[in-house]
Design a protein around this ligand. Structure first.
Ligand code: FMN
Length: 169
């Protein structure tokens, strides 16, 4: 069971939430859904809206789903799911039914898929996307460290339209 909360009722350290706990980016429709682990991104305020931003490399299968649909979800979990998140961030949904193998299940809110085992879910509506431009780096060492394959992340900025919190936690 989930209940809706307003974004400012969500009090978590965003640094811990992303770099230590990680999240799942889930996108798709009633027929096909994919999810992947992510630890880069952020939350904030943009264009008068609460927003999340995520960065996804071009080769991720999840990117195809993000580009096809208007909306996606970001899920956060209790520590017990860390191993599952590690698996979902190593294997591609192109090659196996990884959601099933991770023993997770898909749920929907207004047709947007999310992972039912989540502690908190952010529902996001895409507003803007752009590939990281290699010519825009001010600190070239970042480009050298992270993009030796020239697989520049695509940045998505999305409005957080709804936040659901598990009620029994
Ligand atoms: C802790 C962790 C964080 C990750 N963060 C990102 C990220 O922010 N962006 C990204 O493109 N890939 C990230 N990945 C890699 C993807 O999760 C991974 O390549 C995944 O297998 C992609 O699955 P897919 O092909 O089914 O989309 C991360 C992986 C892990 C383990």
């Amino acid at each position: 069971m989930f209940k809706e909360i307003v974004p400012h009722q969500f009090s978590m350290n965003p640094f811990k939430l992303l770099s230590r706990d990680w999240m799942l980016i889930t996108a798709g429709n009633k027929d096909k859904v994919n999810t992947m682990t992510a630890s880069w991104g952020g939350f904030g305020e943009m264009w008068g809206k609460h927003v999340a931003f995520i960065v996804v490399r071009p080769q991720r299968y999840t990117k195809e789903f993000l580009d096809r649909e208007d909306a996606f979800s970001l899920s956060f979990f209790d520590d017990e799911y860390k191993e599952a998140l590690s698996y979902l961030g190593t294997v591609s949904g192109r090659t196996e039914d990884k959601i099933k193998k991770a023993k997770m299940s898909v749920n929907y809110s207004s047709d947007v898929p999310f992972i039912d085992e989540s502690r908190v879910v952010f529902f996001c509506k895409n507003l803007y996307k752009e590939a990281i431009n290699p010519e825009s780096f001010i600190l070239d060492s970042i480009k050298d460290s992270w993009y030796s394959n020239e697989d520049y992340h695509v940045l998505y900025i999305a409005e957080i339209t709804r936040v659901l919190k598990k009620t029994n936690k």
